[in-house]
Each structure stands twice: as structure tokens, then as C-alpha cells.
Design a protein. Structure first.
Length: 155
């Protein structure tokens, strides 16, 4: 094995906190994701880029040309509405136009309150719970997940 492949194999055996530290060393900033496999791949890629060089000048130029050709829409993106339209707002819910933000597993979530539901990543969900389920993959009490309510303490 060459020196770089030994180093990459060594990184494969590192714990997640060790990989987070290595990522910070290589990239000059902390990772937004703390998944061990993702961290290992990104560290290995960056290490190879540093040792062997990144993209060639021709590849960088071509990439810039391709990016310049992308037609970014200037209007609001089309929304996908899931489920039935929402019922009238419950008391204590945020008013239409409010944006709720929450961090979940290193990702900042931005939930916009609409008349017909709650928009998250361009998809309109009919309830706070449906939006929370889309993020986590499991059932959640929507107001609890979005920090609009607190857990009731048992007496």
C-alpha cells in the first residue's frame, strides 16, 4: 500500500469525533453532517485532492462554462401539496407568512407557514406533524418538534 492509501485506511477505523476533527483540519471548517461514512468519504476525497491536485485548469474552465449556462428560475418554484388542504389555524399556531427555523441533526430547517399548510423544501405539508415526519421519517407531535409547545411534565 502507498502512504495515502494507508492514511485513508487509517481514517476508515477512526471514530466519528476523530473524523470530525480530521474533516476540520482538511477543510478548514466543521462538517455540517456527522455521519461516519460521509465524513470518511469526504476526508478521503479531500486528502487525495491535496496530495494529487484538484481539477485541471481545463476542467475548471469547462465547469464554469456549464454553470454559466444554467438557467436559474427567478420566480417562485412550483409547490407540491401533500394530502388534503389544512383546516383553519389552531389557536397558538403562528400566523401565515411566519418562518419557523429549527436545527435537526446538523441541518437548518426552514418551515414557512402558508394559508394551505406548511412549506418545507418546496413541499407543502398539511400539518406541522406531517412536516416533522418528512424530516425525521418517524411520527412526531408537530408543535413539539417545531418548538411551539413544551412537553407536559408528569405530576
Amino acid at each position: 500500500m502507498t502512504a495515502i492509501s494507508e492514511e485513508i485506511e487509517k481514517m476508515r477505523t477512526m471514530s466519528t469525533p476523530e473524523l470530525v476533527e480530521r474533516y476540520s483540519q482538511l477543510w478548514g471548517k466543521g462538517p455540517r453532517v456527522k455521519n461516519k461514512t460521509w465524513l470518511w468519504k469526504r476526508c478521503a476525497w479531500k486528502l487525495q485532492e491535496i496530495r494529487f491536485g484538484g481539477l485541471s485548469a481545463a476542467a475548471k474552465k469547462r465547469l464554469e462554462e456549464l454553470v454559466a449556462e444554467i438557467d436559474f428560475p427567478l420566480s417562485e418554484p412550483e409547490r407540491t401539496v401533500t394530502g388534503k388542504l389544512a383546516k383553519p389555524r389552531k389557536q397558538g399556531y403562528p400566523s401565515v407568512g411566519t418562518t419557523l427555523t429549527r436545527e435537526w441533526r446538523g441541518r437548518e430547517l426552514r418551515l414557512r407557514v402558508l394559508e394551505d399548510g406548511f412549506e418545507l423544501d418546496g413541499i407543502v405539508h398539511r400539518s406541522l406533524s406531517a412536516a416533522a415526519r418528512a424530516v425525521t421519517g418517524s411520527k412526531w407531535n408537530g408543535p413539539l418538534f417545531w418548538k411551539l409547545a413544551e412537553r407536559k411534565k408528569k405530576a
